[in-house]
Design a protein around this ligand. Structure first.
Ligand SMILES: Cc1cc2nc3c(=O)[nH]c(=O)nc-3n(C[C@H](O)[C@H](O)[C@H](O)COP(=O)(O)OP(=O)(O)OC[C@H]3O[C@@H](n4cnc5c(N)ncnc54)[C@H](O)[C@@H]3O)c2cc1C
Length: 383
């Protein structure tokens, strides 16, 4: 049984089915990929950012190839358009060079290019140097979910079916749902923003807690300013910060995401608030340690969330022609980011095993890209 019908859960279910298992998928919402999978940048990452040898590095590089192949084989829209990471000032160049070395270590083809060469790809970009990565693509991840669900038509797929309680049973587990108790000989937790809670329901006491970080987007009124994907040089300590410009498959250009603490695990707007979720975050010692460590960065992210002018200014560092009135608010997403009690953010994918159980406890970006690889890893661990 797989709990969670996002891209990771469905990929795991499809992988188990391909190995001959009968699979049940429980998804609490009325459609597949309703949360992180349906609210992201839809980028098939190349795998250049991640620590060599980490699960993220291995699974994004392999996942880039397997996801693109899967999409092509199943009629899912995908385009390998490549991307530019741009250094906007001389002090960013050493970090850009370090990124090029990391790309090489991860086996990702990437080329350092001059500002003039960068403008051949993106005429409106402002930079002093750039890294060109050819294997990055754009895709429709919800369509990938539908294709995966389509491959599971002979199996037991249940929408509107939250897992409410889990208890061990002879030879496996029993899971209570509003429709009754479902039995299985093995359990995989792919519950994304609720993965720590589902792990606790199953009797684990994971050290890490999910902290929800909302990522807000704007759509560019003048999409002609951007041809492909333009990213800033990441800050190695907080790599998910830094808004980028992403051309989508329909030709629109999305700008974002930023990162602000969400006041509900599935809180897509500032007014979405859950006392349980806020209390959960507030009681966790890691939150306060993180807040102290990054007070200034956090405050800047909140200000940028509240001010379209600031958001536009961040984008204008990459593409100076972007103005405040070019930005139209688009749907946000919420990242499920695992945090440890010492306030550190879990960097790599985190997958824990218990008797007849596998729990995916940290699967932030690039887990959609790497989902087919995560699925193989999880199926191997189930044995
Ligand atoms: C703003 C943003 C931008 C991103 N950009 C990219 C990108 O460009 N490329 C990329 O590769 N990755 C990106 N990511 C990351 C990517 O979206 C996630 O890594 C991926 O979608 C995780 O998939 P998942 O199946 O683990 O989680 P989810 O898609 O969140 O699925 C978990 C599912 O579990 C269900 N669930 C929870 N609790 C229960 C329960 N008790 N019972 C039953 N069901 C339950 C939920 O309803 C949900 O549908 C981005 C993420 C965000 C938020």
């Amino acid at each position: 049984m797989v709990i969670g019908g996002g891209i990771v859960g469905l990929a795991v279910a499809a992988e188990l089915a391909s190995r001959g298992d009968r699979v049940t998928v429980l998804e609490k919402e009325g459609r597949w990929g309703a949360h992180q999978t349906g609210h992201n940048s839809n980028v098939v990452h190349a795998g250049l950012y991640y620590r060599p040898g980490s699960l993220k590095a291995r699974m994004s590089v392999a996942g880039n190839a397997s996801m693109i192949a899967f999409a092509r084989a199943h009629g899912v829209p995908v385009e390998v358009c490549g991307k530019l990471v741009v250094a906007t000032s001389a002090d960013e160049v050493p970090r850009l060079k370090a990124l090029a070395e990391r790309a090489e270590a991860n086996g990702v083809p990437a080329k350092l290019i001059s500002a003039a060469e960068a403008r051949e790809y993106e005429p409106e970009v402002a930079c002093v140097a750039a890294l060109r990565v050819e294997s990055t693509g754009i895709i429709d991840f919800p369509a990938v979910c539908d294709a995966l669900a389509g491959r599971l038509s002979e199996h037991d797929l249940r929408l509107h079916s939250p897992a409410l309680a889990i208890r061990p049973a002879p030879g496996g587990v029993e899971v209570a749902t509003p429709g009754g108790v479902v039995r299985a000989d093995a359990l995989v937790n792919c519950a994304g923003l609720h993965s720590d809670r589902v792990a606790r329901l199953a009797g684990l006491t994971p050290a890490a807690r999910i902290v929800p970080f909302r990522g807000e987007y704007f759509e560019l009124r003048r999409p002609s300013l951007v041809r492909g994907l333009i990213y800033p040089v990441p800050d190695p300590t907080l790599p998910f910060l830094g808004v980028h410009l992403t051309r989508m498959l329909d030709g629109s250009v999305h700008c974002g995401p930023n990162a602000v603490l969400a006041l509900r695990r599935e809180g897509y707007r500032w007014r979405d608030f859950s006392l349980t979720d806020v209390a959960d975050v507030a009681r966790f010692p890691g939150t306060w340690r993180l807040a102290r460590r990054y007070a200034r960065t956090g405050a800047e992210e909140v200000l940028r969330s509240l001010s379209r002018k600031r958001f536009a200014a961040s984008l204008a560092r990459l593409v100076p022609a972007v103005r405040e009135d070019d930005l139209v608010r688009a749907e946000a997403g919420v990242r499920a980011q695992a945090m440890l009690p010492d306030g550190s953010l879990v960097d790599d994918f985190l997958i824990e095993t218990a008797d007849r159980q596998v729990h995916v406890l940290n699967a932030p970006s690039p887990a959609a890209t790497g989902s087919l690889e995560i699925a193989k890893h999880v199926a191997d661990r189930l044995g």
